[in-house]
Design a protein around this ligand. Structure first.
Ligand SMILES: [Zn+2]
Length: 121
């Protein structure tokens, strides 16, 4: 599974980490979905009177959980893309400048597609 910019060992290590990361993200997204649904259900039980919602807590929580859920799904896509590229032997180079991203950075920022320089721009 060596990719040209990653050694066989690095690619295997990264694959293991990406698979674990994706599993964790999928669990988190599922948990957020359940939490979101519970908030929606709880809101349904309350009288439909948003104007007297003391400080909009329920709506705020719902928005927070909804936004975290969207974030998790974006991350799942990112990590999934990286995994697919890695399996195709095409992961590890910056999508912008084509330079190697570097193993340490790939591990620290699982799923990243850009080198340090390009991500700063
Ligand atoms: Zn770059």
């Amino acid at each position: 599974m060596a990719t040209g910019v990653l050694t066989e060992g690095e690619a295997e290590e990264l694959h293991r980490l990406l698979v674990a990361e994706r599993a964790q993200l999928v669990r988190r997204a599922a948990w957020l979905e359940v939490t979101y649904q519970e908030l929606v259900d709880a809101a349904d039980l309350e009288p439909p009177d948003d104007e007297h919602d003391p400080d909009g807590t329920t709506a705020y929580e719902r928005a927070q959980v909804g936004s975290l859920g969207r974030e998790s799904r974006t991350r799942i896509d990112q990590v999934g893309d990286a995994l697919a590229q890695l399996e195709a032997g095409a992961y590890g180079a910056c999508e912008r400048c084509g330079q190697p991203i570097g193993f340490a950075r790939l591990v620290a920022l699982l799923g990243t597609q850009r080198c340090v320089d390009c991500s700063r721009r």
